[in-house]
Design a protein around this ligand. Structure first.
Ligand code: KIV
Ligand code: ZN
Length: 534
């Protein structure tokens, strides 16, 4: 397999006007789009502070390019790109932009403070998208490709161009657009399988076809961006790498539009574990994978399925006696990766009511959490309260508690107090909330304690959202187990998820409901830009 010559992720030692180079042409550039495509998952809205927290972990992991948002989409997206650009120093920070001038100008403005920046501009090239969505002729689309890339190149040297719905585009037209994008200055050409339709060999053939037919393709890095509608996003990405792609776009836990994007942890660990078949290294420090996965799950409220590859709770668990016996004798019998390689530490530190703040902080670090001083103090106080109620505190308890804490710190609405009376007749709930710094109280009746509590919250924070999901999960065994509650609210086509964890199921429900309301406030500020279906 011949390799590509240009790689914009290399050091910037050549100065701002020199196209940066990287000397291992087989290294795979990891482009993370958790903060952009990941945030497009229904219900996964993130605040600017939450995006910053994730960006920090992505940078520590060694992610090459962080797509921080879609600057023109909303004030919140602009701010997120701008703040991430200000904070992140090692990774390239990127903003998405449609092919219009306003989009590209806004992306450039948001990226202005970045040490290393990229503008990612896209337009659809498939017959269906051009005709129905864009209502443009292929000639007009081709012109827009040249205009948008040229404009983006006026702002920065690192420009990525994507052909949305690339896998369903007509080959002659696709090759023509790619060639023109590169002539106009694109340094990365991204081929999305926007609707997750491609089959691995077919997608690899598409990459090979582009490499064979586009005359100037060696002047750009080929990237792929695969969606998971048929569960093939990771397989398609890996086949594309074998066919010559050198950048993959992916997200933590595979979150993203509809069925999601290719999961970064799966791609990185597949490349690492099967170096015999896929000799393409990445720069990812895999020991940060578990931490990143937990953080994204806590912030989005999207639980990771237990059997999810690499980061699921069962990914390294062995149930059958014969497997346990084998693993004890030699882990290699049933484990193809070491848990510690993805940052999963089997720890013997047991937490209880006598554990101090130092042990608590150390335990959290082992579990992949580093909290700021305020959040740590609040989490420690809650841990002490939990230890008074519950004899044994398991890792799962701490994870649920801290995830809940991460969601509630710095929130506009907070639960201060809840008093519920229930029985075979009507239930009554009296709740005290802090709303924008102001203390508010309400009492309400309902059909059961949860209904009464939600009615009381609604009195204090009126809204028209409907409850789309109410789910309770016991974190551990026993009647003193914490309940982890997920609440999903829908309002005018917008969906948000909130989570809460407490030994008291009703209090956990109230916290989950309030967490969802906080996200709804953030989401209300966002407006979906036209023609963004990616
Ligand atoms: O899925 C898609 O086509 C996208 C593009 C904007 C890259 O997300
Ligand atoms: Zn996408």
């Amino acid at each position: 397999m011949s390799s590509q010559a240009t790689n914009p992720v290399a050091s910037t030692s050549g100065g701002p006007s020199a196209a940066p180079r990287f000397d291992d042409p087989n290294r795979i550039i990891i482009f993370d789009t958790t903060l952009r495509d990941g945030e497009q998952s229904p219900g996964a809205s993130m605040t600017v502070a939450e995006k910053l927290r994730i960006a920090e972990v992505l940078e520590q992991m060694g992610v090459d390019v962080i797509e921080a948002g879609f600057a023109i989409a909303s004030e919140g997206d602009f701010q997120a790109v701008n703040e991430v650009a200000r904070k992140v120093k090692d990774s390239i920070v990127c903003s998405l932009a449609r092919a219009g001038r306003a989009d590209i100008d806004r992306a450039a403005e948001a990226l202005q403070p970045a040490a290393r920046k990229r503008i990612h501009t896209f337009i659809a090239t498939s017959p269906l998208h051009m005709r129905v969505k864009l209502q443009m002729t292929p000639e007009q689309v081709h012109e827009a490709v040249i205009d948008s890339v040229t404009r983006a190149r006026n702002y920065c040297d690192d420009v990525e161009w994507s052909c949305e719905d690339g896998s369903r585009s007509e080959h002659d037209f696709l090759c023509r657009c790619i060639e023109s994008a590169i002539k106009a200055g694109a340094t990365t050409i991204n081929i999305p399988d926007t609707v997750g339709y491609a089959y691995p060999e077919e997608f690899a053939d598409l990459i090979r076809m582009i490499r064979n037919r586009v005359p100037n393709i060696d002047q750009a890095v080929i990237s792929v961006h695969c969606h998971n509608d048929l569960g093939l996003a990771v397989a398609n990405s890996l086949r594309a790498i074998a066919a010559g792609a050198r950048q993959v776009e992916c997200t933590i836990n595979g979150i993203g539009e509809r069925a999601g994007n290719a999961a970064m942890e799966e791609i990185v660990m597949a490349l690492r574990t099967r170096q015999d078949l896929l000799p393409y290294p990445t720069r990812i420090v895999t020991q940060h994978i578990t931490k990143a996965s937990r953080l994204v799950s806590a912030i989005t409220g999207f639980a990771v399925q237990p059997n999810k590859a690499i980061v699921g709770a069962n990914a390294f668990a062995h149930e059958a006696g014969i497997h346990q016996d084998g693993v004890l004798k030699d882990a290699g019998t049933y484990e193809i990766m070491r848990p510690e390689d993805v940052g999963l530490i089997r720890s013997s530190l047991i937490m209880g009511k006598h554990s101090g703040r130092h042990a608590f902080r150390k335990k959290l670090a082992e579990l992949g959490y580093e909290l700021g001083d305020n959040a740590l103090a609040e989490a420690f106080a809650r841990f002490k309260a939990l230890a008074d109620k519950k004899k044994e505190i398991f890792d799962e308890d701490l994870i649920a508690l801290v995830d809940d804490e991460i969601q509630t710190t710095d929130q506009h609405i907070k639960v201060l107090d809840l008093d519920v009376h229930c029985g075979s007749r009507k239930s009554v709930a009296a709740i005290t909330l802090e709303v924008g710094g102001e203390r508010r109280e309400a009492t309400s009746q309902g059909d059961g304690p949860v209904d009464a509590t939600f009615n009381a919250i609604k009195q204090l924070v009126p809204h028209s959202a409907t409850l789309a999901l109410f789910q309770i999960h016991a974190v551990t065994e026993g009647t003193d187990a914490q309940a982890e509650v997920t609440v999903r609210l829908e309002e005018g086509g917008k969906t948000v998820n909130g989570q809460g964890a407490e030994t008291d199921t009703i209090l956990a429900s109230a916290r989950a409901y309030v967490a969802a309301l906080n996200k709804l406030l953030v989401k209300r500020e966002k407006t979906a830009p036209a023609a963004l279906s990616a």
